[in-house]
Design a protein around this ligand. Structure first.
Ligand code: 5GP
Ligand code: MG
Length: 179
């Protein structure tokens, strides 16, 4: 079956790779060799986390947390579901939450509130993309890859209805009108 959408390149794979290396260096400097527990928000942050964590030089644990705020379309539902894991041991640890994109702020605000209950030693956030939009919940990430305009993007882990995560670049989604 053919797709009802097309995509237009916004940030190429080479540019992403360069920025991810820089972010890795920033994060290494920030933690100064101390152990970090990276908590990636699934599924969107999968590709970004895979590349970013390979730039980290200290002792690193990688954990995943299943979170969903978008339920199919291209608009946030405002409701954030977290599959809380009872086996996550974050007490006394430096925790770095990694997500694909910061939009309304509700996902990271909700997740950091929940993980803050685990008494981490520190709790920081890193996003590949930051949408320049007014937040529904005041929230700024500690480490940001790129700031982008308010448009719906896919690729490098970001999906539309589960598709397009495997695109190597970040692309803007455009709907094809039926003819
Ligand atoms: P927030 O809770 O900050 O509104 O949204 C964060 C989540 O919404 C992201 O983790 C991502 O799953 C989804 N999201 C927000 N903007 C986009 C977008 O442009 N494209 C895609 N594919 N997902 C988005
Ligand atoms: Mg997400």
């Amino acid at each position: 079956m053919s797709k009802e959408w097309t995509t237009k390149k916004l940030i190429g794979a080479g540019e992403i790779a360069r920025r991810v290396r820089e972010l890795g260096a920033e994060i290494n400097t920030h933690y100064g060799g101390e152990e970090v527990t990276v908590v990636m928000l699934l599924n969107g942050a999968l590709y970004f986390t895979a590349d970013l964590t390979r730039e980290l030089t200290g002792k690193v644990k990688v954990e995943g947390l299943k979170v969903s705020s978008y339920h199919g379309g291209t608009n946030s539902t405002g409701k954030v579901d977290i599959d809380e894991r009872s086996d996550l041991d974050l007490a006394g640890r430096h925790v770095l939450v990694v997500d694909d994109i910061l939009d309304t702020g509700q996902t990271l605000a909700t997740v950091t509130r929940a993980l803050g209950q685990h008494s981490p030693r520190s709790l920081q956030t890193c996003v590949l993309l930051d949408k320049a939009v007014p937040r529904a919940e005041e929230f700024e990430a500690d480490f940001v890859g790129f700031t982008i305009a308010n448009q719906f993007v896919v690729g490098y882990g970001l999906d539309y209805q589960g598709y397009e995560r495997n695109l190597p670049s970040i692309e803007v989604l455009e709907f094809v009108s039926p003819t």
